[in-house]
Design a protein around this ligand. Structure first.
Ligand code: AGP
Length: 611
């Protein structure tokens, strides 16, 4: 949902021109939005230069000559349109009437119409359809009443309703970048005589790994050697307590020879799983204990993270025997009314910033529900607002389609639930031991799954690319895996894909099946392994193209299918982590055959910070 980067240096610190560095940092944020791009720089002789256009970073920066500009400081933006279509005029930064102030923004200003009318009456003129433009004029307006820039900014912020992460520069104060955060993410990067402000850490990892994650209501500015942050009540934040050193390396946020981040991230899963395993500590134990004594557990997330909650829900009900209820985070009201202080809510979000999930957390918190966060980003909003936070260690995920963060979420949740089942006594010590040892073997198995299935995924992708629709069917724990597989194909290969419990397919979906219609069956070594054969037969009888994703040795299913993705035979409780991998590969290669960019699917952004 839009990427922001701001850089300010004390003297000429950067070896390259500022425009080139801004472009490089912005590239690391491209996953957040890619419909238009722009920058504003204050040059060494104090000029404010603003360049922006519709299009992706590489094209726009070539067209506008990003690399030709240098200066003391600058801000840049890659957009995911909310208010106003993608266009040159709606691209950020937006400026005030006098062309002195330039603003970049991520989020939505809910009361912008009202403010715009007020400002128009005061003589301001607007050129874009965006909500962002009013911010520049509002600050200008307060300045015109005699306030200095920071005071004018603080006054302007008080008038804004909605979600924002924003940064602006003022030609009249040419040594600082101002910023504010409310709901949308914003982080500060602290270098030596150079400071950064950005929507996400990978943007500036090449320059520093010392970060401060801003909290809601915080406002401030950076100069080349100073960070000033004030809280919502005006108290000055003690930065020393807030600085974190992130252990991500700049290489982690690069493609490392892979053609796309998504493929790299699929291949990184064995490592991401081992790192998550190595990171299991006291927080996991604590959360397992909380779950073991909970009356009910609710789980929430969006998209892929929601699919992870469905797997956890199944495990909680069946392994730990704790009543569990999963819901899509934007559908809080499904269970909102019945939540009580005796319940636990597990919020799953790789970014930790998805607004729908954050809002569900906030609403549940008001009812004193105990909140546990599962996230991949330390100190992000959802973990911060939760009673306990447990982190996956997948490293930065840049591809818009979640891959390694899904498998690590499921891995971590599975571990926690097995532990709580053990504490509760709903599984024996022996069973727990076997399950842990299955989980420990998954990094190695994940590597096998990739090497066994990648070639086949490439091959199947050739035919899949020509299809309009596909069904993903499974039973039990294989249903959420099917849902996740369908989401992958939909979001990056733009093929209509739907997932159903296989038993449900004959109650309607089968009407669409005709010769050649792809139906992908996920089959674990569980109680459904033979029952599902009848569902395969039903599809086969209608000429469907049967692709089976199953464990090695399931010969009955193999016989009925046209193609088979094979995974090592593991305990079905932990099988989802392996069986999703062939679907990730299939979606990736289908997207490639169709000539799309899987890292930047149309209309999507990595972190969705609007409701
Ligand atoms: C996954 O491939 C999607 N891009 C999307 O559904 C994503 O999982 C969802 O937006 C939730 O994000 P989060 O995990 O950062 O909260």
């Amino acid at each position: 949902m839009c990427g922001i980067i701001g850089i300010v240096q004390k003297g000429k610190i950067l070896k390259k021109k500022l425009g080139t560095v801004l472009r490089g940092c912005l590239k690391n944020l491209e996953y957040r939005g890619y419909d238009s791009v722009g920058f504003a720089i204050i040059t060494w002789n104090g000029e404010l230069v603003v360049r922006k256009s519709k299009g992706k970073i590489d094209d726009v920066s070539r067209k506008l000559g990003f690399d030709d500009y240098d200066g003391v400081l600058g801000i840049a933006h890659t957009r995911w349109a909310t208010h106003g279509k993608p266009s040159d005029i709606n691209a950020h930064p937006h400026v005030d009437c006098k062309n002195t102030i330039a603003v970049v923004h991520n989020g939505i200003i809910e009361n912008y119409q009202e403010l715009k009318e007020k400002l128009k009456e005061r003589g301001h003129f607007f050129i874009s359809e965006t909500d962002t433009e009013i911010i520049a004029h509002l600050i200008e307006d307060y300045k015109s009443r005699g306030y200095d820039t920071f005071t004018a900014f603080k006054k302007a912020i008080k008038e804004l309703k909605g979600a924002y992460a924003l940064a602006f520069i003022d030609k009249e104060v040419p040594d600082r970048i101002y910023f504010a955060r409310n709901t949308s993410p914003l982080v500060i990067g602290l270098g030596k005589n150079i400071m950064f402000v950005s929507s996400d850490i990978p943007a500036f990892l090449e320059y520093t790994n010392r970060v401060i994650v801003l909290q809601d209501g915080e406002i401030g500015y950076i100069t080349g050697d100073e960070v000033h942050i004030e809280g919502i009540d005006g108290t000055i934040v003690d930065k020393s307590k807030r600085i974190r050193i992130v252990d991500w390396t700049p290489e982690m946020a690069k493609k490392a020879g892979y053609p796309h981040f998504m493929l790299k991230e699929i291949h990184e899963q064995p490592l991401a799983l081992s790192s998550t395993l190595a990171g299991i500590g006291v927080e996991v134990e604590k959360l397992a204990e909380v779950l073991a004594s909970a009356q009910r557990v609710f789980l929430t997330g969006a998209g892929t993270s929601y699919h992870a909650t469905l797997i956890a829900e199944y495990l909680l009900n069946n392994l730990a025997e704790i009543p569990a209820f999963s819901f899509i985070s934007s559908e809080y009201n499904r269970y909102g009314k019945i939540l009580t202080k005796n319940d636990v809510l597990i919020a799953v979000s790789q970014s930790g910033e998805t607004i729908d999930t954050l809002m569900a957390v906030r609403r549940a918190k008001k009812k004193n529900v105990f909140i546990a966060a599962i996230s991949n980003v330390i100190d992000s909003a959802i973990p911060r607002e939760s009673n306990i936070a447990v982190y996956t260690r997948a490293g930065p995920e840049i591809g818009v389609a979640a891959t390694k963060t899904f498998t690590t979420q499921v891995f971590l949740l599975s571990w926690i639930i097995i532990k709580s089942a053990q504490i509760k006594g709903s599984i024996t010590e022996e069973e727990a031991k076997t399950l842990y040892s299955s989980l420990r073997r998954l990094p190695e198995y994940a590597r096998n799954v990739i090497s066994i299935n990648e070639f086949l995924a490439k091959k199947i992708a050739q035919d899949m690319a020509g299809k309009q629709s596909a069904y993903y069917l499974g039973r039990g724990l294989a249903v959420p895996v099917s849902m996740e597989g369908a989401l992958k194909l939909k979001e990056i290969a733009y093929i209509h894909a739907e997932a159903y419990p296989a038993g449900e397919s004959k109650h309607g979906p089968i009407a669409l099946v005709e010769p050649g219609f792809p139906v992908l069956f996920t089959i674990f070594d569980d109680e459904y392994r033979d029952l599902i054969l009848a569902n395969i037969e039903e599809m086969k009888a209608r000429g469907a193209w049967i692709i089976v994703n199953t464990f090695e040795g399931n010969e009955k299913a193999v016989k009925l299918s046209n193609n088979v993705f094979k995974t090592p035979r593991v305990q079905h409780w932990v099988a989802p982590i392996l069986h999703i991998i062939p679907y990730q590969l299939l979606a990736y290669y289908t997207s490639i055959v169709k000539g799309y960019d899987p890292d930047k699917p149309r209309n999507l952004a990595k972190t969705v910070t609007v409701e």
